[in-house]
Design a protein around this ligand. Structure first.
Ligand SMILES: [Zn+2]
Length: 227
């Protein structure tokens, strides 16, 4: 169990601490959806019976509410990733906060039909990992856990699924564990996912699903690591 009060931020890319994973344990996270390729990722995850966290962008979530609800219906966790994926460190504090809250509201409206800036799952990731101290303070006060990442597939670059598979498995062999960042809107990532999940299974990795300990909106986020 991870307490938001002591570890409000996780992911070694940006922060000094991460989730307390064991060797050969990974957390799968997907940013920037929902997108046309998201169903392909969902099918790959379902075929291997593993669960992930999707950090959604509010604007596409607004127009694809059925897909957002499908993500949750299939057991995955929905975190938040702003409304239009701006560089928050280049906005005023108020504008950045508005972009965060509009994203949360759009995701919540897609999920539950009601726009609220109190997230039902208090997980957030900054676009481009560009946090600011003031925004981190605000999120911490609201009990919203900020996710960075421990490793990533660099899948924002053009590459084939085969290249991406080699890159992420080579990196994972070095770290042995961690929060992995993917982007489900990219075709090469969606196309690679079945082979990657098979590789995890065949190499004795366990996919850990991270959920808030108490999903009640008014309670500070306390993510629990569950199988
Ligand atoms: Zn992003």
């Amino acid at each position: 169990m991870v307490d938001a009060k002591t570890t409000p931020r996780v992911g070694l890319k940006s922060f000094p601490q991460t989730l307390p994973l064991q060797d050969h344990e990974v957390v799968l996270t997907f940013d920037d959806g929902p997108a046309a390729t998201t169903p392909k990722v969902l099918e790959a995850l379902a075929n291997e019976c593993v669960l992930a966290t999707f950090f959604l962008v509010g604007k596409p979530a607004s127009s694809q509410a059925a897909l957002v609800r499908r993500i949750v219906a299939e057991g995955h966790t929905v975190g938040h990733h702003t409304y239009t994926h701006k560089h928050l460190n280049q906005l005023s504090y108020q504008d950045a906060l508005a972009e965060i809250d509009r994203g949360i509201a759009a995701d919540e409206k897609a999920l539950h039909g009601e726009a609220t800036d109190v997230p039902s799952t208090p997980f957030f990731r900054f676009p481009y990992f560009e946090s600011t101290p003031a925004l981190l303070d605000d999120l911490q006060k609201r009990g919203i856990v900020v996710f960075g990442a421990d490793l990533w597939a660099s899948d924002w670059l053009p590459m084939t699924p085969e290249q991406e598979l080699k890159l992420i498995t080579d990196r994972l062999k070095v770290t042995g564990r961690g929060i992995i960042l993917f982007h489900d809107p990219h075709h090469h990532t969606a196309n690679m996912m079945p082979a990657f999940l098979k590789w995890l299974r065949e190499n004795n990795y366990r996919v850990v699903h991270v959920v808030p300990a108490n999903p009640e909106p008014t309670v500070a986020g306390t993510p629990t690591v569950v199988q």
